[in-house]
Design a protein around this ligand. Sequence first.
Ligand code: MV4
Length: 449
Amino acid sequence: MFDKILIANRGEIALRILRACKELGISTVAVHSTADADAMHVRLADESVCIGPPPSKDSYLNIPALLAACEITGADAVHPGYGFLSENARFAEILADHNLHFIGPKAEHIRLMGDKIEAKKTAKRLGIPVVPGSDGAVTPDQDAMAIARAIGFPVLVKAAAGGGGRGMKVAHTEADLQLALTTAANEAKSAFGDASVYLEKYLQKPRHIEIQVLGDGRGGAIHLGERDCSLQRRHQKVWEEGPSPVLDAAARAKIGNTVAKAMQELKYIGVGTIEFLYEDGEFYFIEMNTRIQVEHPVTEMITGIDLVLEQIRIAAGGDLPMAQDAVTINGHSIECRVNAENPVSFRPSPGKILQYHPPGGLGVRIDSAVYQGYVIPPYYDSLVGKLIVHGKSRVECLMRLRRALDEMVVDGIETTLPLFRALVREPAIIDGDYHIHWLEQYLAGQKAD
Ligand code: MV4
């Protein structure tokens, strides 16, 4: 087991990792920019190192500074959290070159899943259902039209190096296709340095359902059910829940076992999330994330498995916590990402938190690193904290969420709490009857009112 873990992140996920380390008896090194000197994870870590000025490129993305911090403190492993360097294969390799352990998948798997074309080819080879589309990259001069006709319009042009919604263009008709290809390729070239694009059938109103997996790196892998993340705004998840309101046990077992088997074949190590679009009872693979995700607490609440603790144990050579048939989905969990943003315009609202009262009670969890008097810096994401609620059923979970939201106080800055107080009372949400475009249509309707 590791003696000392350097947490190469900030905010709530740094605190989350720190908690798992403490429960494993592992000492912790916090790193921070000058803007985060008063951050909670710095206060609670055994040691802390300032790694640079506020801009991420000069601090949390500064690999030489992170290596120096490992050297100074004698850390033997690094946990990247999510975002920043968490899916940077080169970082994983550099750590290995310095005899430091990267708590995450093998660099080859990070690289593989970072290329959306290779990821899709691998998924298909491993028996995971994928969206109908081109077999690899298409070039504007290549007969992309024939491929698009075979798929059927509307089609989506996607950047191989994209992901998370970046570098996507819809072509509704043949006339649109050439422009969509050229625009997507040019944008991909300037955004990612790689102009490769591929085609997919455009699914009009799917849900976003992702499967959590855990692999031991030796051919063992289990799935831990799904999270429905369809409520998004501009590709930012807002409300995530598990299990999905539209999946039954048979559908869950079928797709879960398909994914677990694929991870066994890959000899995948650590946590991973396979993202699907789900429409008319069919799953379509779109991407795989090779990191711990913001919304991991939803899975923890319904399975009772501490995903970050398992991530660390498995990285140190440990076995999976249980066999697949011991994984049970108990009750229902919903996570709301409370951001320091105006709830209508979503304009960031950094500043000092004057009053902070988190809700409590049975089945209520707050993953947050803020406190009364904390100043939210303008340099990073605007997450105040994640309100995660669990109930024996979705109805009980919704009622508990409504109570917790009404109890929560964050004064001094604007937050998206009012949005969640409205959503939890919205009939379509109460019925679980929504898709990936539902929230933006709802917000547009609010603005129109
Ligand atoms: C799609 C799609 C429809 N059809 N692919 C957006 C980000 C990345 N995860 C993939 N995304 C999409 N891929 C096909 N073939 C619609 C989206 C999409 C989306 C997906 C999940 C959650 C929210 C979304 C919002 C807009 C578009």
